[in-house]
Design a protein around this ligand. Sequence first.
Ligand SMILES: [Zn+2]
Length: 414
Amino acid sequence: MGKEMGVIPAGIGVEPEVEAVVASYADRVAELSELAIAIQQIPAPTGDEAARAAWIAARWQAAGLADVSTDEVANVYARIPGRSTQRALLLSAHTDTVFGHDVDLTVRRDETGGRIYGPGIGDNSTGVAALLMLADDLRRLPAPPVDIWLVANSREEGLGDLVGMRAAVDRLQAQLGAVLVIEGMGLGRIVHRGLGSRRYRIAVDAPGGHSWSDFGAASALHTLVLLAAELTRLRPPESPRTTFNIGRLMGGTSVNTIAQHAWLELDLRSEETAALARIVEQVSVIVASYQAPKWQRRGVKVRAELIGDRPPGEIAADHPLVVAAQTVLEALGVRDSGDLRISSTDANVPLSRGIPAVCLGVTEGGDAHRAGEWIRPAPAAKGMAQLLLLIRWTAAWLGGAAVETDAQGAKPHP
Ligand SMILES: [Zn+2]
């Protein structure tokens, strides 16, 4: 790579030491893959990341990183001291996976296809491996203009509800100037808009009874499926894109019992706050109709509990951080560079609080959240170069140097 970096514009200027590390990534892809596999082998279902967190903390402590600590939600922190006390950069990768303790984590290497298969290998063991490798590299490089906080955070997936990232931003908020979120897959994508979501568990209780002798008594299941059928008839707008999904529906005791309890889980998403609020309101109206006196008289109780609330937020496509990310990707010749996205990631949290943030990928991969999840390690050489260059650029930007455009904050959606 080395001299090809000449295409990187002045704003992304790199010191020779940084250029040498960037060039080294071409020879360190196997090292990164082995690190990713070591991480992937430690189970870390959402909310149960302690073992993986302890492994990372031990590694950072052994490396002599500053301010290594673990908080009550199993976030692991470390700091690369900067030359000034200007606003710091936070670099994060989530440690949790969607796979429970029962899942076989055996890894399969397809040498001819250049792929590695394994549950959680890409999402997000490769992201965490990148964070660890960057920690090593940043520690050896000349001190950046501002502090760089490293966080291997918990609870990004599913019902984790971004709890890990919320705790990290709560803890560091006063000193944060920007956030870079690392995902193992999706090299070339720049997520600069946070997709908002609301998730509900709608539960029904009813008298129930014996299917023959109590026939006619209100059933929690019969009530829930009527309610669910009304939900499926919702017609959210295509633009702004708004979606709903009943992801789970459970209940009852046995085939010959009128169900006393049943519940479903509902996921609502939108790229705009107002549209999200509208579909939330439509759902509330449906739920309320099953809380009416005619249902209460039959002993039916319906409750909707909020189980997920991911705040939307965004920075503009021409925000300096987005432009810098695009510039770096283009300079590295990454296919699909500048693929600007809206998605639900840890970046939602800083974006919703007015802190500029983007989420970036390390390499190519697919079938995330499935047993056949895979990565192709080779492109990670460019993925790592992208991350190091953007980290150094962002630290310089926060330190007040090399900034051609005016700084703009993120636009939180109230
Ligand atoms: Zn992920």
